[in-house]
Design a protein around this ligand. Sequence first.
Ligand SMILES: O=C(O)c1cc2cc(O)c(O)cc2[nH]1
Length: 510
Amino acid sequence: QFPRECVTPEGLQSGQCCPSPTGTVGDECGATTGRGQCVTITADNRRHGPQYPHDGRDDRERWPLRFFNRSCQCNGNFTGYNCGRCRHGLTGPNCDQRISVVRRNIMQMSAAEKQAFVNALDQAKRTIHPDLVICTRRYQEVFGPDGNTPQFENITIYNYFVWTHYYSVSKTYLGAGQPSFGGVDFSHEGPGFVTWHRYHLLQLERDMQDMLGDPTFALPYWNFAIGGSECDICTDDLVGARSSFDASALSSNSVFSQWRVICESVDDYDTLGTICNNTETSPIRRNPAGNVARPMVQRLPEPQDVVDCLELNTFDTPPFYSTSSESFRNTIEGYSAPQGMYDPVVRSLHNLAHLFLNGTGGQTHLSPNDPIFVLLHTFTDAVFDEWLRRHIPGEAVYPEENAPIGHNRRFNMVPFWPPITNAEMFVSAPENLGYSYEVQWPTRAYTLSEIITIAIVAAVLVVAVVGGVIACAVRARSYRSAEALEPLLGETFRRYSEDDRRMDKSQSVV
Ligand SMILES: O=C(O)c1cc2cc(O)c(O)cc2[nH]1
């Protein structure tokens, strides 16, 4: 969430976080080489929706102003907390060389590519994030018991990915003995669902690119809209098969059976007002299609669900919440039927894929601990990108105000650093964000009236073509028979003509 360099007592007190990419004094944000400059942070102050009634009580409001009010703003193709790196899809000392980052279907990757991806994830689970640290206390307690020991911790790259999700969904602590307020979610149940998760993946992809020293590294996706009740990627060469001994555990042949989750002690955080840290506890649990108590979540979404949701024209609809109807966002998120109608009992698309996993991956505070989360969300993001490509919306269709807290267009997404708004992720990825998807979208099945129309048009065409062919054949045949008769006719004609001439001559002599 914040750069290690900034979380000193002085850094926190100054409210400024503008490190230099070269570590040189007086070169904040690489200003001397034109990379960027240190600016005052703008935070959204438009009204949010009525779901959150506790203004002033949560560190995440008007993010990140509770912690910092100045950060780097980078120029041109430079980016990062100190403007020291290139925008996605660019490389080179001046960040002006294009590279291609293509996200592919994991099922279509070679055995070697699958293995490389699994190894990269495992490396990310064990590698300390090079730049960022997490706060483990609310701001009120962030200077520590002695007032001079900032409460921040190192965290690994993959656990940072898990932690940011947890921090964005955690409840608002209202004080000892008071129940924490759960009607708040900075990354779900609002228009920011698609933009927040898009940035979340971009951050992991960039961190893994840096870790691997490969700027072309791309996260693959899982096409979860395959129907049925089988998890096709739950195999030992991918995210791990089911254990033969425990239906909810992973096979010991998979490296992911060794992974331990973070952010499990949610009751402690909510009652004590503490925050999840990098401490790893139990193994991943997963029992796809094993939730017998909820038969509706025992099947994966169907291909037709993707077709239907891509046809919805409106990005989001009031109240811009999990109760919105005819909203593309609420449909891909999965609180509406795939055709857009809100129904409180329905779970579809993204939500259905989560719940189908039935374990770690089905609980919001824990779900990214299961690596399926990455693949499930890249596919969700691919659907979002395809919707942007087909409908070409301006940013004006993204609500500027009255969305749930965290979800307004200009809100800086919690808890990312440097500050980044929802609007900045509401753009087509290939042109603006330096990555694309290689994907074959299912096509819509024809309706009965379309089938009848097509059949009639086809029948008319067949009749016209066959009629034309017959007419041509008849004409060609009569032409040929006329040619065959022509020598005989010619002879007869000549004879008659000669007789006529002789007759004429004799008549003229008379
Ligand atoms: O109950 C739901 O609809 C549900 C569960 C779940 C888990 C998760 O990690 C999400 O990101 C969303 C979600 N929705």
